[in-house]
Design a protein around this ligand. Structure first.
Ligand SMILES: Cc1ncc(COP(=O)(O)O)c(C=O)c1O
Length: 250
């Protein structure tokens, strides 16, 4: 969007291509456009594509040897009740609009590849009832999965072992000293008890990569599950890891 820091608008891009054309050591061979993330409809992509294709016509008129079109990433996944288009549908729509243009298509999918391949498993530390809320305090926190506190994002939560208990409305929060440390607010969840495990779904993208050691919390382990086999692919961090890069210069 215009208010955001990324990219060049169409006018500035045109000027940049014109400048590149004058440069002996630069050959402008492609166009690149990334319009955003977690898009659950094809319309914005196709609208952007139409604009880029009109722009492409101008570049061709300028005699530029454009052969690549990179449409970025952004295809959404299902976190809650969204119904994003399947990548096949996306691909077909792109191909039908670009097939005669002689361009090599490049895409940069991120979340759609791995988002729903990962869960964050967390243990209930204790539960706390106040006059206005029921809290489920878990041992994962905003440092492990920041999307709820950063963007208000929804991540489905479920018991690892379903026990058919009555559902209540709870806030699932972490142990960090921030009111914004939560995984879910006002969420219907079966009455879980301390020691039990919960799974936060759709944590495969922008989950671990956005995690931090805030509050002196070593980051979680990562485990690859392949059918019945589970392999530790990144060990849990230790307190020593938290200070491992510090020098004794002081
Ligand atoms: C330039 C670019 N390409 C690709 C991506 C991946 O996006 P997504 O995970 O939404 O597919 C991003 C994410 O912001 C990006 O900035």
């Amino acid at each position: 969007m215009k208010k955001n820091k990324f990219g060049l608008d169409m006018d500035a891009s045109l000027a940049a291509y014109a400048r590149a054309k004058e440069m002996q050591a630069v050959e402008a061979v492609g166009m690149d456009c990334h319009i955003g993330s977690q898009l659950t409809s094809l319309d914005p992509f196709l609208e952007a594509l139409d604009k880029v294709m009109a722009f492409y016509a101008k570049l061709k008129d300028m005699g530029l040897p454009i052969t690549y079109l990179d449409l970025g990433g952004g295809l959404g996944i299902q976190y809650d009740e969204e119904a994003p288009p399947h990548p096949t549908e996306f691909g077909q729509a792109l191909v039908s609009r670009t097939k005669d243009a002689g361009l090599t298509l490049v895409l940069e999918p991120g979340r759609v590849i791995v988002g729903n391949a990962g869960i964050l498993v967390t243990r209930v530390v204790y539960t706390k009832d106040t006059p206005s809320k029921h809290f489920v305090i878990v041992d994962a926190a905003m440092n492990d999965l920041v999307r709820p506190s950063l963007y208000g994002s929804y991540h489905r939560l479920a018991e690892v072992q379903e026990k058919g208990r009555e559902v209540r409305t709870v806030d699932v929060v972490g142990p960090i000293c921030e009111s914004s440390d939560f995984l879910a607010r006002d969420r219907e969840l079966p009455g879980v008890e301390s020691g039990e495990l919960l799974a936060a779904f759709s944590a495969g993208a922008y989950g671990f990569t956005m995690s931090s050691q805030y509050n002196s919390r070593p980051r979680a382990a990562e485990v690859l599950v392949d059918k019945a086999e589970a392999k530790l692919i990144r060990r849990r961090e230790t307190y020593e890891d938290l200070v491992a890069l510090e020098t004794d210069a002081l």
